[in-house]
Design a protein around this ligand. Structure first.
Ligand SMILES: Cc1ncc(COP(=O)(O)O)c(C=O)c1O
Length: 394
């Protein structure tokens, strides 16, 4: 059989499918957001170690709701964002008329440069929207204390790093809010889906409302529902729209898949962690970067980053990857330097790319390939041997 390596092997099991069939066969055919969504939110909160979670239809929706909440709570201002992340981490800031302030990355974890975050904070800074890139942690004790002291909100995007830890505590429990994605390619999937997590009740209620048209009846606390009904006596209590919002709800099918997938998330993550170590320790460190800070990491993809900035080497690598049917993405998270994307052309005028050396390297010479539980070490070694056999120019 021809060799091939996909970005993700079949992420759904027979147990997941059985759970869906069981739901579909129920007499009471409620498939829109209901009991299973609430059950999944509770189970997810328990797994993560937070008080509240709100299940939405994507990680991007989780991003947009979080930044909308930030704007409601803190008003207009600047948000420090990564240059290497997914588009929705930046578009959510723009869509809320907040100003994104870009920082370069740390090559050891591909996350925001702590030194640049600190340097770019001004009186206008409302939050740092930090993405934990491809399973690596982007936090330090120093940064957390620094932000706390200045009352700057930390929002964690953990869409690519379910189960990764910092000081033995899961990522997504450090910020005021955190976001997860359950898209097919990630550590676990609900087909499409996302989660907003928090320990703050006010944020929780805002997320419940914003997910569903801004309606107060969506708040799980009946007392608050009654209070708002009293405040607006001329409105039907079932139709009080407190904020201009969205319909970002998920559904019962996504929730039962989520509940089923969650059962094996920890054991799958153990395999993913082991796979990464096997990959990095067998990759030729003359050609590729292998010196990542892997402590606490939990990757769903292997970082494959050329050491030397050389376009000929890049062409060779892409040729060999294609020849061996190894699926890849260039630019690591989100296709590389966001500042180079057309939607940010106005911001490129204000940001000199010379100050973004690390993300620029990733943009042109950084890749990721798949890391999933069904991948065995024999196959990882085969991939490494293919990659190590490429004759690069030095
Ligand atoms: C860091 C990050 N944030 C947000 C998202 C958006 O998640 P979704 O694809 O579920 O909208 C992604 C998607 O891969 C991501 O990598």
């Amino acid at each position: 059989m021809k060799f091939s390596h996909k970005l993700m092997d079949n992420n759904f099991t027979n147990q997941d499918i059985s759970a869906v069939i069981k739901l579909l066969k129920k007499k009471d055919r409620i498939f829109t957001q209901s009991k299973n969504v609430a059950k999944f939110e509770k189970s997810w909160s328990k797994w993560l170690g937070v008080k509240y979670s709100v299940f939405v239809n994507s990680g991007s929706s989780a991003n947009l709701i979080s930044i909308t909440i930030l704007k409601i709570l803190r008003g207009k201002g600047e948000i420090i964002v990564p240059s290497l992340t997914w588009v929705s981490d930046i578009s959510s800031v723009l869509q809320n008329n907040l100003s994104p302030i870009f920082v370069d990355i740390n090559p050891k974890n591909l996350c925001m440069s702590e030194e640049q975050i600190k340097r770019k904070i001004t009186k206008k800074t409302k939050a740092v929207f930090l993405s934990h890139i491809q399973g690596f942690k982007g936090l330090s004790r120093n940064l957390i204390t620094f932000l706390k002291k200045r009352k700057i909100m930390l929002i964690e995007d953990v869409c690519e790093s379910h189960g990764a830890t910092f000081n033995n505590k899961k990522l997504g429990t450090f910020g005021e809010m955190s976001n997860f994605s359950f898209y097919y390619a990630h550590h676990m999937s609900t087909i499409e889906g996302g989660m907003i997590c928090t320990n703050n009740k006010k944020i929780y209620h805002l997320a419940q409302m914003l997910r569903s048209h801004g309606m107060t009846r969506e708040i799980s606390d009946k007392k608050i529902q009654n209070l708002t009904a009293k405040k607006y006596p001329k409105l039907s209590p079932k139709f009080i729209f407190l904020h201009p919002a969205y319909n970002f709800r998920n559904n019962e099918i996504g929730a039962v898949i989520g509940l089923s997938q969650l059962k094996k998330l920890n054991s799958n993550n153990q395999i993913r962690k082991k796979n990464l170590i096997t990959f990095l320790s067998n990759l030729d460190d003359n050609s590729y970067r292998t010196d990542f800070n892997v402590k606490g990491s939990c990757n769903y993809a292997f970082p494959l980053i050329l050491k030397k900035a050389n376009l000929k080497n890049r062409n060779k690598l892409e040729f060999i990857l294609k020849l061996n049917n190894i699926e890849f993405r260039r630019g690591n998270a989100g296709g590389g330097n966001q500042l180079r994307q057309p939607y940010l052309k106005e911001y490129l005028k204000k940001n000199n790319l010379k100050n973004f050396k690390e993300v620029e390297h990733i943009h042109f010479y950084g890749y990721y390939i798949g890391n999933y539980p069904s991948l065995n070490s024999k196959k990882i070694l085969k991939i490494c041997s293919i990659l190590n056999s490429i004759k690069y120019v030095f």
